[in-house]
Structures are given as C-alpha cells and as structure tokens.
Design a protein around this ligand. Structure first.
Ligand code: GDP
Length: 145
C-alpha cells in the first residue's frame, strides 16, 4: 500500500470559522473542489502545539497573536487528496489577506481579517508532509481505495 503523498495537502479550518458555524460550508467547498478527505478531526490546540506548528513565523510581529488565536478555540485539521493538492487548496483558500482574496475563494467569503482568515493550507509538498505528520498518525490517514 503506497502513499500518494505528492497528492496530499494539509488544511485547517481555523477557530474563527469553526466558531462562526462555517465548518460544514467549508467542508462542502472542499469536496465540491474535488478533494477527497483522507483524515479529519476537531482539536483544540494548546499554546505549545500552536507555537510548534507556526515555529517558522516565530520572529514575526504577529506570532504571539497568531498563537493566541489558534489556541483560543477548537479548529478542524484535514488531510486532503487531489491532483495538484497543494496549489489547488491554496487557490480555493484565496490570498492570506481576505481583502485581497479573489471572489469565490473561501477567505473572501468567510474570513474577516488577515489575522483571522478562516483557513490554513500548506505552501509546499514537503510542508504538507510535515504538517500532516504533526497532527495525524499514519493510521489516521484513511485509504478509501
Ligand atoms: P498563509 O500561508 O496564507 O496562511 O500565510 P502565511 O504563511 O504568510 O502566514 C500564516 C498565518 O499568519 C496567516 O494565515 C495569518 O493567519 C497570519 N498572518 C500572516 N501575515 C499576517 C499579518 O501581517 N498580520 C497578522 N495579524 N497575521 C498575519
């Protein structure tokens, strides 16, 4: 059983969107976008888990606020499979700043600000692998073949 890891990406429905009751609508957009959900769970990140996840941003001025936000309430973590999954998921999410996001993107529709922007998506296949492994064990990656 080989993993088609190149076709996987990692996503988060962030606390603002979960709190606003948009989880179902966003999952609908994901499946309408041709993604297969390989793993999904509702979690509440600890501060330490959020710091670890966003460690690459630790020197940025928004880091403390980002960690605070991501550990403030539950979020939904996802492993998503599709051809060209990394780019396709980032295209569906839209720009980091929802004010700059294209019409029809998730951030345009559901996000309020650059800090609370509804969803996360990996920016490379390598980071997708790292981020999936941060939240999911191999056993949690469901194979529907
Ligand atoms: P993404 O890949 O589109 O999520 O963007 P980045 O990797 O650049 O940033 C990660 C996350 O940090 C973003 O999704 C935002 O939640 C947050 N972030 C990035 N830039 C800013 C900023 O200028 N201000 C604030 N408050 N948050 C930011």
């Amino acid at each position: 059983m080989s993993e088609q890891i190149g076709n996987l990406t990692f996503g988060i429905i962030k606390p603002d969107a979960v709190r606003a009751g948009k989880t179902g609508a966003i999952i609908q957009r994901i499946t309408d976008g041709g993604f297969r959900i390989r793993a999904m769970k509702l979690i509440r990140m600890t501060r330490e888990e959020a710091e670890g996840f966003y460690a690459v941003h630790r020197e940025r001025p928004f880091f403390a606020g980002l960690v605070e936000f991501m550990s403030s309430a539950p979020c939904v973590v996802l492993a998503l499979e599709r051809d060209g999954a990394v780019k396709a998921w980032r295209d569906l999410m839209g720009a980091t700043d929802p004010a700059k996001a294209d019409a029809g993107t998730i951030r345009k529709e559901f996000a309020a600000s650059i800090g609370e922007n509804a969803v996360h998506g990996s920016d490379s296949e390598e980071n997708a692998r790292i981020e999936i492994a941060y939240f999911f064990s191999q056993l949690e990656l469901v194979n529907s073949e």
